[in-house]
Design a protein around this ligand. Structure first.
Ligand SMILES: [Zn+2]
Length: 172
């Protein structure tokens, strides 16, 4: 008999937060949902939705491998740090401080899409914070790392997430 997804499972399909570190979805549900998801995506999703931190290395290794196509100059060690920063950013679910996660703000007359988070409701760290975390000058970050981290690596990770949402839709 096919596994059914309960309403409770669906409600709990939200990323974990610092306040809530327990796995929120039953592992068998995740396994079921990920059955048809490609391996690299499923490694990331296990990390994000099941707190399976043993996946960090695998996900980072894969990001480094893929990013190598674009950049052969950056040292392995640095490339790995970029990958970990990107993973960290994609796991964060801090709320946008301007709209408090609502994704809209009121101008008094009407509601507009939040200009700060562009309607995502999430606070993403800007280049300044990412370069600080890496311990490099902002200028250096923008010149050598920004594209790889913010466009390429985060793009790959959000594509993984998209595959997960497709898997859910197909099984509803
Ligand atoms: Zn916002």
């Amino acid at each position: 008999m096919a596994t059914r997804i309960s309403a409770e499972d669906l409600c709990s399909l939200t990323p974990t937060t610092q306040l809530n570190m327990r796995p929120r979805v039953r592992p068998e549900t995740i396994c079921y949902l990920l059955a048809g998801t490609p391996k690299h995506a499923s490694n990331f999703l296990r990390l994000k939705y099941c707190n399976d931190y043993s996946q960090v290395t695998r996900v980072a290794d894969e990001l480094v491998r893929m990013a190598r196509k674009f950049d052969k100059e950056i040292a392995d060690e640095d490339m790995y740090r970029l990958a970990v920063i990107a993973i960290d950013e994609s796991l964060s679910d801090s709320m946008c401080g301007t709209c408090n996660g609502k994704s809209w703000v009121s101008t008094g007359m009407k509601r507009i899409i939040c200009f700060k988070c562009r309607g995502t409701g999430r606070r993403s760290r800007g280049s300044k914070e990412l370069s600080d975390q890496l311990g490099v000058e902002l200028k250096y970050y923008i010149k050598y790392y920004k594209y790889l981290v913010e466009r390429y690596m985060l793009g790959v990770l959000s594509n993984y997430e998209g595959q997960f949402h497709n898997a859910i839709k197909e099984r509803l």
